[in-house]
Ligand binder design. Structure first.
Ligand code: SF4
Length: 741
């Protein structure tokens, strides 16, 4: 029994670690860190080490399921696609395309298919009712970057490896492995920062593992990050510490100066829960450090002022002279994107359409998930009657999950592209499972755009895809053809060729393009590939380091990248301003009007009495990954983690001790959970992790079911959101906690 090794990047989180996979008799028997990987150098976390268990999980579906008489039965692919067509076509014909909604989960951004094949499917469907996990996560950051830099994916990342000072707000990369800032081995990188004399500050209502590593932990009141950052801006202006290295690159400085007038440290201190002196010190240290970066994540995003907080993170980076310089907040140069040198563009727009019931604006082509149930439940023209889910579990991951479950149960039809019969897909009429994680190719389109170092890594499938299985892109193309009216029997290969031809025409048919008129050469170069690899090869060749189809012969293409199983290091981040800007002004917009307008709401907060009760926040654990890795024994073993953290001062009046059960109530729901008394939660704050509570009727995930736990989204409120971005509020939820009987 001969063993051999294969290499690939891990698709489970944003860190993109290189994995070394030991195979025997066609099965993966061990996963370890790839020591030669150009980015991760051998680092991996317990989730990556369990990737082969996910591939081999006997409860992961290998063939479609179709519901008959209320029960799932195995089906062929032809039968399953025919059932999808039979279910959706009459609804579209009778009620229009908006009657079919789509909900896409976070794993979509970790797969080539999620990035490249979803768009054609959405386009073919043509529904306004598109939802995704973005609006329970990072949508505010897309919004603020869209307005500041002209493109919602132009997101600056902290240059952790070179900075002298890193301020982390509302993020816990020691547990999450980082987000909107791609890098393996955050623990090693943060320790290296400290070792070279840099300063680490963590701002978080919880004393997380990342906070414990920091020189300074500022435990603020949940949801007040925007006030804190506004006060930092105030100090920078008042003390003449604001310094833009090239003022001509920026617009809106004076508007910003005027806008922060009411937000002095003294004005916000009580509300934020810090001393005014601590806020001044933070501003002064950021301004005086040789380089510094502020990095905000979930705690700044999933709050009532998510867009403002996300914007102010980059405003502070800009005002302290740290935007786009080594050691500050910088932009990646991914290999699959062309390098644009001339700044300026059309800018970015939101609100191109509104949701039918609550009139909420579209952001990034999506409507807020907080209103998905409204669209399903409330009758009238345009009501959502059917749903397509792609690698998502809205029945658990959306606020007010009980309502979501009821809404899903009331739909006329539902089809899910998913590996499991889980809380969501149990409501579906058809489940279409893509091939397993080791049988599909990998290139991290999304995360190389937010990487702390420029790298590229292509991983072919490690285990050949079984004949009977389909890759996710094949399933999505097939759905696209059903929506286009080509029917369930449409040929995926023809759709693939059609999309490739559009790509080639877009480049070669453009007058003045260096590739103008070179259709034949391009087709010839791409000939070895089909499917998403063909698209990837095209993007690499036309990308920042590409061979330009012969215009730059030493440059990159897929064949060259595929010969590097440990990836290619393309160097540290480089300054990208002003070329990266797509704003009509060709400048960084420091004070976009929609954000200035939203400051009135923040100002009003200063006049409200502080909240006296408890506020609920979430928390992460290294061995969980939202809701989608819960069926692997190695990841859920150990002492129970679905536990409410509570400060001793808050617990004392209740007379409860660690291990006792408490009841937690919010406006929308209640649950009973064990409590852990700990000063890791600041007084007035309780914390419950998400990702638990899979023991619902019909769920076929026996390991996850057996773990029990509670779903924190029974408490989160679908009426609470950041009105500008539509993002859900998952941190700072008012709750009441009582001892349970
Ligand atoms: S840190 Fe993320 S990418 Fe790295 S092994 Fe863990 S889950 Fe995979």
């Amino acid at each position: 029994m001969e063993q051999y090794r294969a290499y690939r990047t891990c698709p489970l989180c944003e860190a993109t670690c290189g994995l070394e996979i030991t195979l025997q008799d066609g099965r993966a028997v061990e996963v370890s860190g790839d020591k030669l990987d150009v980015f991760s150098h051998g680092y991996l976390c317990p989730k990556g080490a369990a990737l082969h268990h996910l591939h081999d999980d006997p409860e992961r579906l290998r063939a479609p399921l179709v519901k008959q008489n209320g029960r799932f039965v195995p089906a062929t692919w032809d039968q399953a696609f025919a059932a999808v067509e039979a279910g959706l076509k009459p609804l579209v014909e009778e009620y229009g395309r908006d009657a079919v909604a789509v909900h896409m989960g976070n794993p979509c951004s970790h797969t080539m298919a999620g990035v490249l094949a979803l768009r054609p499917m959405l386009k073919a469907l043509g529904s306004k009712n598109i939802f995704s996990s973005s609006s329970v996560d990072q949508l505010p950051k897309h919004l603020s970057c869209g307005l500041m830099f002209g493109h919602p994916l132009t997101i600056p990342v902290p240059d952790v490896d070179r900075t002298h000072m890193l301020v982390i707000i509302g993020a816990n990369p020691l547990e999450s492995n980082g987000s909107l800032a791609t890098a393996p081995d955050w623990p090693g990188r943060l320790r290296a920062l400290k070792k070279r004399g840099g300063k680490l500050v963590v701002i978080d209502p919880l004393r997380t593992r990342t906070a414990e590593l920091a020189h300074q932990h500022l435990a603020i009141t949940p949801g007040t990050d925007a006030l804190l950052l506004m006060a930092v801006v105030w100090v920078l202006f008042q003390e003449n510490l604001a310094s833009l290295p090239d003022a001509a690159l920026y617009r809106g400085l004076e508007e910003l100066r005027r806008a922060c007038a009411r937000f002095s440290p003294e004005a916000v201190a009580e509300r934020v829960g810090l001393d005014a002196g601590q806020i001044r010190q933070l501003a002064r240290e950021l301004a005086s450090a040789p380089s510094a970066a502020v990095y905000g994540r979930m705690g700044t995003s999933t709050v009532a002022f998510g867009a403002l907080s996300s914007w102010l993170v980059d405003v502070v980076n800009a005002l302290t002279g740290n935007l786009d310089r080594p050691g500050g907040a910088m932009f990646a140069t991914p290999a699959h994107m062309p390098l644009k040198r001339k700044p300026g563009g059309k800018g970015w727009r939101m609100g191109r359409w509104q949701s039918r019931v609550r009139g909420l604006p579209e952001v990034l082509g999506e409507l807020p998930v907080c209103t998905m149930c409204d669209e399903m439940e409330i009758g009238g023209e345009g009501q959502v009657r059917a749903l397509v889910t792609v690698a998502s579990n809205p029945a658990m991951s959306l606020p007010n999950s009980r309502r979501v479950n009821d809404a899903l149960a009331g739909l006329d039809f539902m089809v899910s592209v998913d590996w499991y019969v889980n809380a969501t897909t149990r409501h579906a009429q058809v489940i279409l499972p893509p091939t397993g994680p080791l049988s599909t190719a990998q290139y991290d389109f999304v995360f190389y755009g937010m990487s702390l170092r420029n790298v590229a890594h292509y991983s072919p499938p490690v285990i050949p895809k079984p004949e009977s299985e389909l890759d996710k892109w094949e399933i999505l193309y097939k759905l696209a053809m059903i929506f286009q009216g080509q029917g369930a029997g449409g040929d995926v290969g023809r759709m693939d060729d059609f999309l490739a031809a559009k790509l080639v025409e877009g480049a070669a048919g453009k007058p003045g393009s260096p590739l103008s008129g070179k259709q034949e050469e391009i087709y010839q170069a791409l000939a070895p590939y089909r499917g998403l690899e063909r698209v990837l090869d095209f993007m690499l060749r036309t990308g920042a380091y590409g061979d330009g189809f012969g215009l730059n012969p030493p440059g990159l293409n897929l064949a060259k990248l595929a010969k590097q199983p440990h990836g290619v290091d393309l160097g540290p981040l480089q300054p990208r301003l002003p070329g990266i800007l797509r704003t009509p002004s060709a400048k960084v917009e420091l004070a976009p009007q929609p954000l200035l307008d939203d400051l009135a709401r923040l100002e009003a907060l200063l006049d409200e009495p502080p909240h006296n009760g408890l506020l609920l926040v979430g928390r992460r654990h290294l061995r969980t990954n939202n809701y989608w890795m819960a069926n692997l024994p190695t990841l859920v073993a150990g002492k129970p983690r679905s536990v409410l953290w509570m400060n001793p001062a808050d617990a004392a009046p209740l007379g409860v001790a660690s291990g006792d059960l408490v009841q937690v109530r919010s406006r929308v729901g209640a649950l009973t959970v064990p409590v852990e008394i700990t000063d890791k939660a600041r007084q007035g704050v309780v914390s419950l992790p998400h990702g638990w509570g899979h023991d619902l009727e019909g769920v076929r995930m026996s390991v996850a079911r057996a773990q029990g736990g509670v779903n924190s989204n029974r408490l989160s409120d679908d009426q609470a959101m950041d009105p500008l971005s539509g993002n859900a509020v998952l941190n700072g939820i008012p709750v009441v906690v009582e001892a349970a009987d």
